[in-house]
Design a protein around this ligand. Structure first.
Ligand SMILES: Cc1cc2nc3c(=O)[nH]c(=O)nc-3n(C[C@H](O)[C@H](O)[C@H](O)COP(=O)(O)OP(=O)(O)OC[C@H]3O[C@@H](n4cnc5c(N)ncnc54)[C@H](O)[C@@H]3O)c2cc1C
Length: 470
């Protein structure tokens, strides 16, 4: 008998002694095909993704990450990095390859004096909110608490606090990164500043980030919640919204959405299933400011539903968690939007009739404080965009996969001509190099140079890939 281990279903062949030697160096669980935990370990948020990795390493600490990077490099395995597992095209996993699964690494450490937090890469934003809220503090994240800190941050990150405090990367102070050669480095404005520049928007291209340090802000209670109009009010309210947002103080945030009212609390039965457009509010200012803003929105058209008021910031952050559990089918497409012309709004009106209850279109503001950072200050090039748009076809039933895909694609094709060209990398499926280049614009070449310095062989390529400069 030879000492090779071969999976029944996969075609990667590694010497079992090498696997045992790797396991001896690590504390985390190494999961392989056939193991009882394998199917759970390879399942991610988007149930449309069905990949079969050869190894899934549940890393417990930095030593496990270093050993994993060295093992995969020495054995020529394709490698993916998993944080919260929310990535749309499933780039957390790789067929036949090795998954560096960071989800067990969940430590947080708040320093309430310096108003900073250190976060391990397996944390979700719910973990960060929980830790920071105990001190009445928060940082910029997304709109769902189950999203991973890793992928969201490295892509740039925008959410309820973006108009007030910028992108997530604008609040990142430093990181620790395991590079493709297995070495751990620190990166900040003062140390390895080129790497620090690149990871602020450049995704998982440069190494495995094992620690994130963020700035925190005194955000405890906010005024927020949803306000819906009938879908027939879309043209009218979207035109009002584009003009109104320009004149708002940074404390006022509202993203525009189209949706279907889901059955269940807090929505009254008579509007269940109704197609709507609307706003999702977050105001970091005072009640007067919020009341003024919502009054103006009510004057644009009479809402059919409102659930707004004062709430704890983590409550707003997790408002959608119940509606969007793990295991739904997702297909999304995005774009950056600078202006909403009348023609673009007409296209929205034509396609906004969502095909399923969970499907939606969101226009997330990325202006306000996010515009106070320069185009070349971080890898995030689209500092002139007003919104980051996502059109997300979502449904629990795999039989509806084609239906949600074609709705997202058709809607996107109709509005894409009115956009800036690139998309937030975290709202892209696998759409090819041209889209990635368009996203990074003038920053792409600089990213390529930094990639060739830190990862010349493109070891980390299971991502929205930045190819090393040749
Ligand atoms: C329901 C939902 C709501 C969302 N809302 C928002 C939102 O409001 N704002 C927003 O900005 N985004 C939002 N997103 C998009 C989100 O930012 C991306 O899906 C992101 O990829 C999720 O990060 P993750 O760690 O969960 O992903 P994963 O799938 O675990 O990782 C995605 C990729 O990130 C990289 N990566 C992750 N962790 C690390 C690490 N530690 N080191 C190096 N590379 C790493 C890898 O390349 C990996 O392939 C949302 C997504 C979903 C599904």
């Amino acid at each position: 008998m030879n000492n090779k281990t071969m999976s029944n279903t996969l075609d990667i062949d590694i010497d079992s002694e090498k696997i045992a030697a790797f396991q001896a160096k690590t504390r985390g669980q190494l999961i392989q095909p056939g193991d009882p935990d394998y199917d759970e370990a390879r399942s991610i948020y988007n149930a449309m993704i069905d990949k079969h990795p050869r190894f899934i390493m549940k890393c417990e600490n930095i030593a496990d990450v270093i050993a994993s990077v060295n093992f995969t490099r020495e054995n020529d395995l394709e490698t993916s990095i998993r944080g919260g597992g929310h990535n749309g095209p499933g780039l957390a996993l790789v067929d036949n390859g090795f998954v560096i699964d960071l989800s067990p690494m969940k430590g947080t450490r708040v320093n309430p004096v310096s108003k900073t937090i250190r976060v391990e890469p397996g944390c979700t934003w719910g973990d960060v909110d929980h830790a920071a809220h105990a001190f009445g503090l928060a940082t910029v994240s997304g709109i769902i608490s189950t999203t991973g800190v890793g992928g969201l941050t490295l892509g740039g990150g925008h959410g309820y606090l973006t108009r007030k405090f910028g992108l997530t990367v604008d609040n990142l102070l430093s990181v620790d990164v395991v590079l493709a050669n297995g070495k751990l480095v620190h990166a900040s404005e003062d140390e390895n500043p080129d790497l620090f520049w690149a990871i602020r928007g450049g995704g998982g291209n440069f190494g495995v980030v094992t620690s994130f340090e963020f700035k925190l802000h005194p955000v405890d209670q906010v005024f927020g919640g949803p306000m819906f109009w009938k879908l027939s009010e879309l043209e009218n309210t979207m035109k009002w919204y584009r003009n109104w947002l320009k004149n708002q103080p940074d404390d006022i945030y509202a993203f525009y959405l189209v949706a279907e009212v889901p059955p269940g609390d807090p929505f009254p039965e008579e509007i269940h299933g109704e197609k709507v457009c609307g706003l999702l509010w977050c105001c970091t200012g005072d009640e007067q400011q919020f009341n003024k803003a919502t009054k103006e929105a009510r004057s644009a058209a009479k809402p059919i539903f409102e659930f707004t008021g004062k709430m704890e910031y983590p409550a707003l952050q997790s408002l959608f968690d119940g509606l969007y559990p793990k295991g739904l089918q997702w297909y999304w497409k995005g774009d950056f939007v600078k202006e909403l012309s009348d023609e673009a709004i007409q296209q929205h009106a034509q396609f906004a009739n969502v095909p399923t209850t969970h499907s939606t279109m969101h226009l997330y503001p990325v202006n306000g404080a996010a515009h106070k950072v320069g185009k070349s200050d971080t890898a995030w090039d689209k500092r002139d965009a007003t919104w980051s748009m996502v059109i997300a076809g979502v449904d629990p039933d795999p039989d509806n996969a084609e239906k949600i895909k074609s709705w997202s694609k058709n809607y996107w094709e109709a509005v894409h001509p009115y956009t800036l060209g690139g998309a937030y990398i975290n709202f892209m499926m696998e759409e090819g190099q041209d889209r990635i280049k368009a996203t990074y614009g003038e920053n792409y070449e600089r990213l390529q140079k930094i990639k060739s310095k830190y990862d010349p062989n493109n070891f980390f390529h299971v991502n929205q890939n930045i190819e090393p400069a040749s």
